[in-house]
Structures are given as structure tokens and as C-alpha cells.
Design a binder for this molecule. Sequence first.
Ligand code: ADE
Length: 240
Amino acid sequence: MNYHVLTLFPEMIEQGLNTSIIGRAIEKGLLTLKATNIRDYAFNKHSKVDDYPYGGGAGMVMQAEPVYCAYEAISKEMPKKPRVVYMTPQGRVFDQAMAEELAQEENLVFLCGHYEGIDERVLEEIVTDYVSIGDYVLTGGELPAMVMIDAISRMVPGVLSNNESAEYESFQDGLLEYPQYSRPEEWHGKKVPSILLSGHHANVEKWRHEQSLVRTKERRPDLYEAYMQKEAEEKSKKKK
Ligand code: ADE
């Protein structure tokens, strides 16, 4: 997977993603990450990339040309037109299914806006996906792009060790993960559930699944409803 981020703050992307699991995957060559400074494609001597909005209003708008030139420079190296994800609170809300889908791409371009947004005309020409990371407004698209890159990278084969991938399985089926415990057996008067010390693998699995159900129902009733509905549909399919 090759990530290309078009941004006014390349150092934010590079510093934010060069550590831990993603940093390790980059070192191993499983991922590449290139942050391109849109300012390098400014067409005036002051390296200005924004201007006042036509029609008036607060704030500044990022101009079309530098964004387009930055995109052209990176995409001409690619074998086919890449998917270009524009980070915006107006987009479809990012989720695990989208992470899995995007992980299939060979190249992904993330376009990060600032100020009051980007000139609509360049968005029309280059953007393939408008994506939000949630219903709140951030100061720029860099943190959302980093969130997406982190979640997508976990889905790229080899990025997680076997141990780490197993951990993900429980969210994959639409449920939240069960509670985890480590040593000591008793802490602040609280004991580790005895079943986890029993060594009985099947019982442990059953308990964990029940805990996942309880937890999901309590914390994310929306996910719980969807899970129960899917289960019911699968049962009725089997009967037919
Ligand atoms: N830019 C500003 N806020 C955002 C959000 N919630 N998601 C994606 N991009 C954004």
C-alpha cells in the first residue's frame, strides 16, 4: 500500500505516523508514506495558496491550481488514476468496512484541506471519495487522514503480527471486544473472573462472547441491534 498525502503540514503526517506499528510496517516496506506540501506548488513568489472567497464571507479558501498541480505531480507516477479521498465533515462517515475496502487499493491519495475549504472546481476534477471521521469539525484534514491511514494499514497483510490480528477479530463480527485482564490476579480488591484462570478454552471463548454481547448492548445499542438482526437473518436462511 502506498499512501500519498497532499497537505500544507507534511511534517504533521510524517511525525504522526512514523512510530509504533505503522512506523514498523513502513520500515519493513509493507507501506510507503509520502506527504507532499501543496505550498511547493504555489504559483506566486509568496507561496500563497489561499485567497478570499468569491461572494464574501469569513475565512480563506485554498485555491484550485496548487492543489491540482500537487495532485498531477504525484498521480503521473501511478499506473492508473488513484482513488483520492478528500477529508471533510461533509463526507460519508468512515467505518471498519470502508477501511477494509480501501485496504485493497495499491495507491491512496488523501487530500487535506484547511481554512474554509478548497475551491470546489478542483474537488470536482480529482476527488473520488468524500470522507468524514465523525460529526464534529476539526481545524484541518491531517488528523482525519492519519486516523484513516492507521485503520486501513491494520488491514494490509503483514502489518499486524498474528497475535495482533486475532485481537481485531472480535470487532470484525460487529461486536465490541470483551474485557481483558492481566497479572496480578487481584488488584484493588478486584479479582480476575475465575473462568479465565480455569484453562478451559471452550468455556473461556463462550464467556468472552457473552461479555462481548453484554458490553455491546450496553455501550453501543446501535451495533447490538444490527448484530442481532444479522444473526436472525442468518438463522432464517439456514432453515430454508
Ligand atoms: N475536516 C474537518 N473536520 C473533519 C472531519 N470530522 N472529518 C474529516 N475531515 C475533517
